[in-house]
Design a protein around this ligand. Structure first.
Ligand SMILES: Nc1ncnc2c1ncn2[C@@H]1O[C@H](COP(=O)(O)OP(=O)(O)OP(=O)(O)O)[C@@H](O)[C@H]1O
Ligand SMILES: Cc1ncc(CO)c(N)n1
Length: 269
């Protein structure tokens, strides 16, 4: 049958070092046995040392990319990554709501793992007004959680409160990724609040490694892949977390500094 193989869409920026961004998304979709299609929003020149140049793509071209995907494929789930500015967010909103592209996983990429800004500050308002309300699943790292909710996270209770604030903005299911930048910690704790208001924690071992570029991209792409295969949201998040955990644990030595995680880990078992 035409188009019966699970297909997903990543709407993201290219990171030519390959550890993060669209490259990480496509590695992940492949590893999860889902056919990956893409709408490229921006190109980042960089590597494991950092982000060096950002080039945004024209809106007309992005509109055409969406049209070409919608004209040919049966997308079962989509995700967003780097959207760079408010114009791009608006264009993605218009196209996503125009076509049938499945449930949407929003990963509000604000900064790179090196700390460079990948979303203009002036776009935060648009992100909250346009994209968050249409998110079926919203994944936020510690920094993004604080920035988007205005809450300083000091406790587990604060993480729960952040999730509630974001659910009030319209996102259905929220995953708040716990703090993971301290070499002395033993565990990382992510918090999930589902649409049903059922909530749970996902705890894992903390790995003190420099090979952790694109962890968040990989997590959101794996959730998207699982949704495309027909899994429910809870199961999609749990499997994705376990994949990322494994991919961080089984290091591949690529790059000199902040290297990629091991997207191949499923094939090596
Ligand atoms: N050192 C670590 N050890 C174990 N788990 C980790 C580690 N770093 C991140 N994680 C896990 O990886 C997942 C992604 O979280 P993270 O906060 O790194 O996302 P992110 O900052 O959006 O990533 P990126 O910007 O690199 O894409 C979470 O489930 C988190 O708990
Ligand atoms: C293009 C791109 N998207 C997302 C991230 C965040 O990991 C990155 N570093 N680069």
């Amino acid at each position: 049958m035409i188009n019966d193989f699970p297909q997903a869409l990543t709407i993201a920026g290219s990171e030519n070092g390959g550890g993060a961004g669209m490259q990480a998304d496509l590695h992940t979709l492949f590893a999860e046995h889902v056919y990956g299609t893409s709408v490229l929003t921006a190109c980042v020149a960089g590597n494991s040392y950092g982000v060096h140049v950002i080039h945004k793509l024209p809106i007309d071209f992005i509109n055409q990319e969406f049209k070409d995907i919608a004209d040919d494929f049966k997308i079962k789930a989509s995700k967003t990554g780097m959207l760079a500015d408010a114009n791009l967010i608006n264009a993605v909103y218009k196209n996503y709501t125009k076509y049938d592209l499945g449930p949407l996983v929003v990963d509000p990429v604000i900064a790179s793992n090196h700390g460079e800004m990948l979303l203009e500050n002036s776009a935060i308002k648009t992100l909250k007004r346009k994209l968050i309300p249409i998110a079926d699943v919203l994944t936020l790292n510690f920094y993004e959680s604080q920035k988007l909710s205005g809450i300083q996270i000091k406790s587990d209770q604060d993480m729960k409160q952040v999730a509630e604030v974001l659910q009030e903005l319209g996102a259905n299911n929220i995953m708040i990724k716990g703090k993971n930048d301290n070499a002395n910690r033993k565990v990382v704790k992510d918090y999930v609040l589902l649409k049903s208001h059922h909530d749970f924690w996902l705890s894992g071992q903390y790995y003190p490694t420099h090979h952790k570029d694109g962890t968040g991209d990989t997590l959101s792409a794996a959730i998207t892949a699982n949704l495309a295969k027909g899994m429910d949201v809870k199961a999609s998040i749990i499997e994705a977390k376990s994949y990322v955990d494994d991919a961080i644990k089984h290091v591949i030595n690529v790059g000199h500094k902040l290297g990629p995680i091991n997207h191949y880990v499923k094939f090596q078992k």
